[in-house]
Design a protein around this ligand. Sequence first.
Ligand SMILES: Nc1ncnc2c1ncn2[C@@H]1O[C@H](COP(=O)(O)OP(=O)(O)OP(=O)(O)O)[C@@H](O)[C@H]1O
Length: 235
Amino acid sequence: MDKTLIEFEHVTKEYQSGERSFYALKDANLNICEGELVVILGPSGAGKSTLLNLLGGMDTVTSGSILFEGEDITGYTDDALTDYRARNVGVVFQFYNLIPTLTAYENVALMRELEEDTMDPLEALGAVGLSEHIHQFPSQMSGGEQQRTSIARALAKKPKLLLCDEPTGALDTETGREVLKLLIWMSRVKKRTVVMVTHNSSFAGIADKVIRVRNGQIQEIIVNAEPKSADEVSW
Ligand SMILES: Nc1ncnc2c1ncn2[C@@H]1O[C@H](COP(=O)(O)OP(=O)(O)OP(=O)(O)O)[C@@H](O)[C@H]1O
């Protein structure tokens, strides 16, 4: 049986607005296994980013438990959460978040300053097909190349959990497809757990597991016995 990496038990995230409370996430239960490719789907405001931020220790719950490798991280101090993020979590954003004054190589190499056990930046950039572009600055790269650089940066960190927030959102279809292929490769070949948030329901096909969120609630969790390749989905 697949080993569980993360488990949510009755996780609620509540915001207070005056007298009223608002649930960004209510009583969420889920589990994500090691090496799984998970797609979180839902319309704008559904609670997808909230879910992703909780998974990454970038936000804290109002109630409930989040277990990472069986350990409850919801009681962690800020320092322990920082450590959790540093050790276990890589993040890829819609708009890449590269440092504009650093080359592709330097953006990836920066990870080495923060982490002990990292991958060689050249290896990480080679893995995403950017060996020819290592000396270019973000402004000299296409959107797809910038996103591949940000994936190389996350890859170099060797995170157990790779979180991606609309990673293809700023890319055209074909470039987006290349990014999807990389994320599938991260999960299938590199055995990383990859969680991607998107509002694009076409991406459900490539996932091992699809979590549908609406109005702060998990509507359904579907396990795909035979996930499709990136070439088999269209949008
Ligand atoms: N800091 C906050 N304070 C108050 N409400 C918040 C806060 N963060 C998020 N929310 C609310 O929680 C709900 C869920 O937000 P979330 O960002 O998780 O949605 P989403 O599904 O990621 O949406 P999108 O696709 O538009 O990014 C939204 O209604 C949002 O306005």
